[in-house]
Design a protein around this ligand. Structure first.
Ligand SMILES: Nc1ncnc2c1ncn2[C@@H]1O[C@H](COP(=O)(O)OP(=O)(O)OP(=O)(O)O)[C@@H](O)[C@H]1O
Length: 345
């Protein structure tokens, strides 16, 4: 089911709106992550989509239909919010059955059908043996699976997940996100997923919407966001990057007084800011830099290099075996993302 969001604005009192003209077009069956700094409006956006909050302006269309005035329960949306924990006084079974039991009489399935559907869902989320337990008797990861089963019980057309794995440790999170993506692919439900975790967003989403101060800064595939950020905010927000003030003249960014060769820059002449990923800052033996730290992450070696007063994250050139602390080195920029300084943060 597609989701079209146009000009969506939500204010809470005076000051900057929580949502400030959000535009987003999510295709049916897509898995979209919403990523952004704290307070950028991610949760507010999900709440408005779910019908739990009302926008001051703008439109939400689900499968082409304007949902303004449609109450949450009638929207056919499943959600897993951190704040919507499982009901503690209900068993796992009753938690999952809840969404079906509260339906109006005419739309409510018969008891045998509810039971069959709950068991199918518990199989689907791989916790069929837990149906008689209470939430406090199962693990955090199992609770999240049950919460998801509860959200899926109403056969939603759209699934909204707000940091569903937030409280879990790193390995469980990883396992669950892979599993969630597989589940999404099997069921084909359009999914919007809020996360703080860039790696998580990159790993699960078809496309990522980067939110900033209540607006969508960029909405694109993970690799495109990384390689072709729309602005300095996105370039600095996603992944690691060295930020190097520079001056652009005639299509080249110059880094004086730092001893770095100029690089091509497609921006107007004037002060600018270059973002250089550590992998694109190549260190070679001998030169004006000094290796201050070397760290292996199991795959590649990361160097901290002091150049003048600046500490930069770099990568040794192929063939430079085992650079050590206090070694001298030179640096070469293999590629940079350059933005005019006045537009940069
Ligand atoms: N009920 C509310 N009353 C007043 N202000 C609110 C309310 N809900 C959200 N806000 C404000 O709206 C802005 C956006 O909040 P929101 O929770 O949507 O951000 P977020 O991106 O989800 O943040 P986080 O990553 O920290 O969860 C924040 O400045 C927040 O303080």
């Amino acid at each position: 089911m597609s989701v079209e969001i146009a000009g969506l604005t939500r204010r809470f009192g005076a000051g900057r709106p929580a949502l400030h003209g959000v535009e987003l077009l999510v295709r049916g069956g897509e898995f979209v992550a919403l990523l952004g700094p704290s307070g950028s409006g991610k949760t507010t956006l999900l709440r408005v989509l779910a019908g739990l909050d009302v926008p001051d302006a703008g439109q939400v269309r689900i499968d082409g239909r304007d949902v303004a005035g449609v109450p949450a329960r009638a929207r056919g949306i499943g959600f897993v919010f951190q704040s919507y924990a499982l009901f503690r006084h209900m068993t796992v079974f009753e938690n999952v059955a809840f969404g079906l039991r509260v339906r109006p009489r005419g739309a409510r399935p018969r008891e045998a059908e509810i039971a069959a559907r709950v068991r199918r869902l518990l199989e689907l989320v791989q916790v069929p043996e837990l149906e008689r337990r209470y939430p406090e008797q199962i693990s955090g990861g199992q609770r999240q699976r049950v919460a998801l089963a509860r959200a899926l019980a109403i056969e939603p057309r759209l699934l909204l997940l707000d940091e569903p794995f937030g409280a879990l440790d790193a390995q469980v999170r990883k396992d669950l996100r892979i599993w969630l993506r597989g589940l999404h692919d099997r069921l084909g439900i359009t999914t919007l997923f809020v996360t703080h975790d860039q790696d998580e967003a990159m790993a699960v989403a078809d496309r990522i919407a980067i939110l900033r101060e209540g607006r969508v800064a960029q909405f694109d595939e993970p690799a495109a966001l990384f390689d072709r950020p729309a602005d300095a905010f996105v370039a600095g927000f996603l992944g690691e990057a060295n930020r190097l003030p520079c001056r652009v003249a005639g299509g080249l960014a110059h880094f004086a007084p730092l001893p770095l060769a100029p690089v091509p820059a497609a921006v107007a002449d004037g002060p600018a800011l270059a973002f250089v990923r550590p992998a694109a800052l190549v260190a070679t033996p001998g030169g004006e830099g000094v290796v201050r730290g070397a760290r292996h992450d199991g795959r590649v070696l990361h160097l901290s290099v002091q150049l003048g007063d600046t500490l930069l994250e770099a990568t040794p050139a192929p063939g430079w075996e085992g650079p050590r602390r206090d070694d001298r080195c030179g640096l070469r920029i293999a590629s940079a993302l350059v933005f005019p300084a006045d537009a940069a943060d």
